[in-house]
Design a protein around this ligand. Structure first.
Ligand code: LER
Ligand code: MN
Length: 274
């Protein structure tokens, strides 16, 4: 079972981007702690030194299973469901601008908050239709490059669009693209799902990526979630992807990253190596 952790490639307000600051220095730290991969959070690929980022990932012998895009919403307000067609177009183009980097790094592209929410003056059905259209266009552009996208159900305090695995699967059905799957996040599931286990079973092999944070959004082991059960179920389901840490930098980023990997390794089902 392979472990990665979110590292922001750019300055950000997002609280649960566990590691911020110098990207390369952070890669050195997580590699030393024993992580297999990094999940770069990239607001805008056009202002990032993509070659430098790729070189740093290789230098520390890490993989990059997925790239986060939510900062484009958090810092710039871009979304698939904005009432302004220009904002929606910019959001779609922004996601598409991640494709060369994602293809080169072998990463999925995460559709979290960039889908937006139901804004005043926009009907829910309309917002969903715009999201379906946007995802269709992004998945179509991604397919020839072999890039997959993942929709992440998020809790109700962050968005009104897609809070549960069931809603995520319905969205995927409507988009109808093979390269679109689900990213389940234990923090959000703990708030929204009647049963974390049943939601993971429901997602099944559409679960392309997985985020871990404990119930309080601190590192796994700091709250009341049962990570032994959760990782055991991932194994039972034949999940072959990464388990990626996305939690608050508490009590500080390095301590959180270190305690997370200790706890996850302790409760991980034995799988004959990584
Ligand atoms: C992003 O992966 C996430 O989990 C969201 O909470 C972003 O705000
Ligand atoms: Mn997440």
């Amino acid at each position: 079972m392979k472990l990665s952790i979110v590292v922001s490639a750019q300055p950000t307000k997002f609280g649960a981007a566990t590691l911020k600051g110098d990207f390369e220095e952070n890669l050195a730290r997580i590699a030393e702690l024993g992580y297999d991969g990094v999940e770069p959070a990239v607001r805008d690929p056009s202002v990032v030194d993509q070659e430098g980022l790729l070189a740093a990932i290789r230098r520390y012998d890490l993989e990059a299973p997925a790239i986060g895009t939510g900062q484009a919403w958090g810092e710039e307000g871009l979304s698939f469901s904005d009432r302004d067609a220009g904002v929606r177009r910019t959001a779609i183009d922004r996601v598409k601008s991640h494709l060369p980097l994602a293809a080169e790094a072998g990463s999925m592209i995460i559709i979290g908050l960039i889908r937006g929410t139901v804004k005043p003056g926009v009907g829910r059905d309309q917002a969903i239709d715009w999201m379906v259209e946007a995802l269709g266009e992004c998945c179509e552009a991604a397919a020839p490059l072999g890039v997959r996208l993942v929709v992440e159900p998020l809790n109700r305090y962050e968005t009104a669009l897609v809070n549960t695995a069931g809603e995520g699967l319905e969205l995927i059905r409507r988009v109808g693209a093979d390269n679109l799957g689900l990213l389940l996040d234990t923090f959000h599931m703990n708030i929204e799902e009647p049963s974390i286990e049943e939601s993971m079973r429901l997602a099944g092999d559409r679960m392309f990526h997985f985020h871990v944070a404990d119930s309080n959004r601190w590192y796994p082991g700091a709250g009341h979630l049962d990570f032994r059960g959760i990782l055991g179920l991932l194994k039972e389901l034949g999940y072959a992807g990464y388990v990626s840490g996305e939690f608050l930098p508490m009590p500080d980023a390095l301590m959180a990253a270190g305690r997370a990997i200790s706890h996850l390794q302790e409760v991980m089902p034995s799988n004959g190596g990584k």
